[in-house]
Design a protein around this ligand. Sequence first.
Ligand SMILES: Nc1nc2c(ncn2[C@@H]2O[C@H](COP(=O)(O)OP(=O)(O)OP(=O)(O)O)[C@@H](O)[C@H]2O)c(=O)[nH]1
Ligand SMILES: [Mg+2]
Length: 305
Amino acid sequence: MADFLSKWIKGLDKTRKVTFSKLANVMGANEIDELLWEDLEAILIQADLGVETSEEIISSLKQIAIDEALFRASDLIKYFKKELMERLSEGTDPLIEAQNYKPYVILMVGVNGSGKTTSAAKLAKKYTDAGKKVMLAAGDTYRAAAIDQLQVWADRLNIPLIAGKEGGDSAAVAYDAVQAAIARNIDILIIDTAGRLQSRYNLMEELKKVHRVIGKSMEGAPHAVWIVLDATTGQNALNQAVSFKETVKVNGVILAKLDSSAKGGMAFAIHRELGLPIIYAGLGEKPDDMERFNRESFVDGIIGD
Ligand SMILES: Nc1nc2c(ncn2[C@@H]2O[C@H](COP(=O)(O)OP(=O)(O)OP(=O)(O)O)[C@@H](O)[C@H]2O)c(=O)[nH]1
Ligand SMILES: [Mg+2]
């Protein structure tokens, strides 16, 4: 199997085994009847797709079954995959977007521990591997450990890092980083920020300031504002995203820790309820464990064979 595909299959092991594995029983040898629809809907809801999305999929499939005169449940599978795929969005490839800006500025936001710093480092590696000149900025000035954490990654990946002092002003670090990136002809600048709860007013105001100051340093920046969501948190992650979206115009999602989660189905709720594309998926802790979100691989990964 291609390395790329096997990563998805492996990364989605939990989601597939815990929730979607029941599909095999339901869709195996059965005929299409009322019980099948009930079982299928229950599986989708349990898989964190959300009630609305689950109901929509069932009613679409019912219609298809009538129109196509389907008889066996197994005949539904290819339509089912299509219905799932249509309810996900992967957005434009950042490497293509990035060609329009110099530097292309990415701001990483999210609650504590969601995976921001790890994702920033993974992206720095990905873009460096793609031949881009990358710079990292440690906008998390709350903890010395946070700056060190990014420094370790930067050293390991041999990527320049702009960092302030512990307790310093994160907006100033972000401003300086953009200036440094312009001066050094950097292609892509990735700015990490401190984790914060969406309910903490002062911290959200501070983030707003970081965002504003980046725009002062370079007009139109940041070009990408990505919220990093922990895939193990399910529905709660959606509330976080709504707040961050309002505060700093989030325009994409990084779904981290999919490999630790059985709730991969939340990807559908992100599309439906937030209207945000999923740009990347975190599929493990290592630097290479991040993939561009791909609807088909994702659906194959959760359903399996
Ligand atoms: N399994 C797995 N673990 C991940 C992934 N991404 C991040 N982690 C782990 O999640 C933990 C938190 O990651 P960080 O990147 O430090 O999270 P953060 O959002 O920067 O945290 P704060 O800066 O404290 O808000 C670490 O132990 C990471 O190794 C992933 O895709 N898969
Ligand atoms: Mg961090």
